[in-house]
Design a protein around this ligand. Sequence first.
Ligand code: FAD
Length: 342
Amino acid sequence: MASSVCVVGAGVIGLTTATLLQDALPAGSSVTLVADKFTTDTTSDGAAGIYRPGKYFQGPSEQMTKQWLEVSYKHYKKILNSEDATEAGVRAVSGYLFSNKNPEICQSPLMKDIIDEYRECTQNELDLHGQKYGIFCNTLVVECRRMQPFLMDRFKRNCGVVRKQHVNSLEELADEGCFDLVCNCSGLGANVLANDRNVTPIRGQVFKVRAPWIKNFYYYENETYIIPGMDLITLGGTRQFDNDNLEVSTWDASGIWQSCVQVMPSLKDAEVVRQWVGLRPYRPSVRVEKELMDFGGGKTLKVVHNYGHGGYGVMSAPGSSMYAVSLICDFLQHHQYHRAKL
Ligand SMILES: Cc1cc2nc3c(=O)[nH]c(=O)nc-3n(C[C@H](O)[C@H](O)[C@H](O)COP(=O)(O)OP(=O)(O)OC[C@H]3O[C@@H](n4cnc5c(N)ncnc54)[C@H](O)[C@@H]3O)c2cc1C
């Protein structure tokens, strides 16, 4: 039976979920995307978008986490190998994870067996970069400045409805009485919309610079990073827990600039295009879950949550969103999608 689903949130999670849903729902169904911020106003827009899961990235279970990561990599790899790669902002990138302190800092166990190449650095590579420990790998970058318009375009072409609106509570959407289910992809907004105190901002500040001579990505001690995108390079960064200040800090900027130029002196000639601050929607584990919200007086709303991706939402969006879509289909009893995809 056809259904009407509302997706709240137009960041990379909401857009990925909305487009996957359009493919999954039976003919005649409708998907409405509601958000108060779009494209360059979202957190997703400024993310470097590298596929490099941190050690603490966590879905609902260990197995599910690995599954999401595998599915996401395959999904983006497919785009990379298609004619859409440039428009969608997906590119291959190789580079280094370095440390002078501890070999563990450079390890990335969650992507080790997924990406195309992951190996210890040779002594030559370490000497060249003045580092003690290092990993070399081939991975992907997904730039949301391109990916989000790409997904939005696809969503609209498939007759998706877009509404700019601040949602004060999910009850408002229940009151409209026209949605069979709401998918909550509101990132940090879930703090209020799902009344979830586990959702916390982790503030990140970066430079976006033009330095076309830099071809590889570099992480130093997991703190200083240089990540090439489609046109610009992201220099970072900061990870400030429970800090929601969206202003660019000159103090942070000077620390980031000095660290990056110290490890890569040629960056002193880079053209600074902009500085940016974003708030990573952190949760100890990403929440993708069904909930039957009960507002009293017999008023209920079927909700599937998909939020709390912290610093890894771009790279994990396809996997977590496919799982969310399978829960949505289950909740709406469209079982045909459920097992077929995951
Ligand atoms: C400096 C920095 C670097 C990063 N680098 C990477 C990286 O290299 N790789 C990676 O994978 N990830 C990275 N991230 C993390 C990534 O940006 C996030 O995980 C991702 O953007 C989360 O996407 P989202 O769609 O959940 O949230 P958002 O992009 O914040 O979107 C949330 C959406 O919900 C809407 N919304 C919220 N509340 C309401 C409401 N009440 N009413 C209506 N609409 C609402 C907003 O308007 C918005 O449209 C980085 C983040 C930062 C800050």
